[in-house]
Write a protein of this length. Structure first.
Length: 192
């Protein structure tokens, strides 16, 4: 699998400042927002996000003039990371590549729930993210199916919905979530 210029990667690159100090602040704000959204949902305080990032509220607003801009940027950055993760695991054996990517997808779902509350499914950024994610992860399932290690009677959307459903459940800890996900993936695996 070669590096693919996923559309979301171009959007993320265009939004990120070029000056090193500004880029550092931008990245710190995204990381702080991701953490705050995972903890508090879409109602996370912008002041708390700025504080976590170690910047003033003015810096937050300079980078993200509206709350929606921040939500979209966090969401786009997460999907871009998923696309890169698909490229990073592509050289693994088909089943290992698929499950490594799905593990990353499960982690992404925590942030997505909070951000998704604030975004419209029809927004341009949502469509671009979905298209990029499918272009990145879909080939991993197709490769596993061609290798005979994943069920052939399912498609990528089926797989994502299954994992999304699992991650929407409250678990005692990540270990329990990972165990339940592994049990579900046993139902996807064939030809052991």
């Amino acid at each position: 699998m070669t590096a693919t210029p996923f559309p979301i990667g171009q959007i993320v690159a265009a939004r990120r400042p070029h000056r090193k100090d500004a880029a550092r602040n931008y990245d710190a704000l995204l990381a702080a927002a991701r953490e705050a959204f995972a903890e508090h949902g879409s109602d996370a305080s912008l002041e708390d996000i700025a504080r976590r990032a170690g910047v003033g509220i003015g810096t937050l607003y300079r980078n993200f003039p509206t709350r929606r801009d921040l939500f979209e940027s966090v969401y786009a950055d997460e999907v871009n990371a998923l696309c890169r993760a698909a490229e990073e695991v592509a050289d693994l054996q088909p089943w290992e590549a698929l499950t490594a990517w799905l593990d990353r997808f499960a982690g992404y779902m925590v942030t997505k729930r909070a951000v998704r509350e604030a975004l419209n499914d029809e927004s341009e950024i949502f469509q671009t993210c979905r298209d990029s994610m499918h272009a990145a992860g879909g080939p991993l399932l197709e490769r596993a199916q061609r290798a005979g290690v994943a069920r052939s009677d399912m498609d990528f959307v089926d797989l994502l919905r299954m994992v999304a459903g699992i991650t929407a459940t409250a678990f005692d800890d990540d270990t329990q979530r990972d165990r339940v996900l592994a049990i579900a993936l046993d139902g996807v695996r064939t030809g052991r």
